[in-house]
Ligand binder design. Structure first.
Ligand code: ZN
Length: 156
């Protein structure tokens, strides 16, 4: 069975950046199960997995455009330090804004704090080592929900 729209695929993967640093891996965990063709994975992953079958092992190089996007400079903002009150602010800290957006502190100045609302992997080229562990038909309920149920997927 080949991976195509509304098949459920289970994959093991290791994600590295172009310097070889491991950013994420399913190693030591259950494989990642997802419903194909519903945008559950980044576009470059879904494209690279299309037509693959159980047992296939391959590498994918994914540009930021097909990954987590390119950085939007408008999402980098300077905020007066006073807005954080007495809180100690350090580079790398993350906050959720009142709009629910997650921002990361990228610079701390005396009077201003710079926060970045871009995805942490925006502008990063992604290298995936992938192994397809299983491919099956999705259930009608999974198709209706647009995501996987059961092991490796959503539980609800
Ligand atoms: Zn569901």
């Amino acid at each position: 069975m080949l991976i195509s729209r509304h098949k459920v695929a289970s994959i093991h993967y290791t994600l590295t950046d172009d310097s070889g640093k491991v950013l994420d891996s399913s190693s030591g965990r259950e494989p990642l199960a997802y419903l194909h063709g519903e945008g559950n994975l980044i576009p470059g992953m879904e494209e690279g997995l299309e037509g693959r079958k159980k047992g296939d092992k391959f590498k994918l190089h994914i540009t930021p455009e097909k990954g987590y996007g390119v950085k939007d400079p408008a999402m980098v903002q300077k905020v007066p330090r006073a807005a954080f009150g007495d809180q100690k602010i350090e580079k790398g800290m993350q906050f959720r804004t009142q709009h629910g957006q997650v921002v990361t502190v990228t610079e701390t100045g005396l009077t201003e704090i710079t926060v970045d609302g871009n995805h942490p992997l925006a502008d990063v080229a992604l290298n995936f080592d992938v192994e397809v562990m299983e491919v099956r038909e999705a259930t009608a309920e999974e198709v209706a929900h647009g995501h996987v149920h059961g092991p490796g997927g959503h539980h609800h």
